[in-house]
Design a protein. Structure first.
Length: 256
């Protein structure tokens, strides 16, 4: 049992003593696609760092090849024809609790090529749901670039600054009740979640927005958009996005 605990990362040795690595944390069993436990994740209940802790990789567990919650979400993803993709364990748990059973997570790590290939077995559409801060938006843009290279349709739900998929339902209810009105024009949390944006167009528009009116910066932004378009494997999809981008920003299609 002692050796098994060490290998699973549940206990560790330090200065000749053994201690519980997950003490003071909520523990989340990490299961493979068949529901077999392969590791554990832990989240603190206070402000200690690191916020999340994951067991070490072993013969059965490789972070880059695991999607948290997939064993529960696989059938719903196939039935609903898309997957919500979040980051942490509590994000997945909260989304399932509030009626989004087609939610999977990346175990608190950056999205990998291996995970994308797994997603493609179940659906061709992903809705990104990242934290509503600068880091979350950066991750969403990175994920969008990776996903479109594999020919997936990518949408996103942008959360308010400081919120994440776990905290947002309570935040929405609290603000709406306090103000006795809708939040951002949405009458309910579920209506907000249904208003998904095209993540690719959002990414393109953001590149132009950041460039502003500076001619050189805009030219660089167009080059970046061109590179992203060329990474799309389906020509018809690539052409549609090129036409929309050019029409929106007054750019000649011959320049892309």
């Amino acid at each position: 049992m002692y050796e098994a605990g060490l290998q699973a990362g549940l206990i560790a040795e330090k200065s000749g003593s053994v201690y519980d690595k997950y003490r003071g944390r909520v523990i989340f069993p990490i299961l493979d696609r068949t529901g077999r436990p392969i590791s554990f994740g832990g989240r603190v209940l206070d402000d200690r760092k690191p916020k999340y802790l994951t067991g070490p990789e072993n013969v059965s567990y490789h972070k880059s090849r695991v999607l948290y919650g997939l064993n529960l979400a696989a059938r719903s993803i196939q039935q609903m024809k898309f997957a919500y993709l979040v980051e942490g364990y509590t994000d997945v748990t909260s989304m399932h609790h509030y009626g989004f059973p087609n939610t999977i997570g990346t175990c608190g790590t950056a999205l990998t090529e291996e995970q994308i290939l797994i997603i493609k077995r179940y659906t061709s559409t992903v809705v990104l749901l990242r934290d509503g801060d600068a880091a979350g938006l950066k991750a969403m843009k990175r994920d969008t670039c990776l996903l479109i290279r594999h020919g997936l349709s990518v949408k996103a739900v942008i959360l308010p600054d400081g919120e994440d998929p776990d905290s947002f339902p309570a935040f929405f209810s609290r603000i709406s009740l306090a103000a006795h009105s809708s939040l951002f024009g949405f009458e309910s949390y579920y209506e907000y979640m249904s208003r998904q944006i095209d993540a690719v167009l959002y990414l393109f528009d953001d590149l132009i927005r950041i460039a502003g009116e500076d001619v050189t910066k805009r030219a660089i932004a167009v080059v970046e958009v061109t590179a992203l378009l060329r990474s799309m494997p389906v020509e018809s999809v690539r052409n549609l996005y090129r036409d929309k981008f050019c029409k929106t920003h007054g750019i000649k299609s011959s320049d892309i």
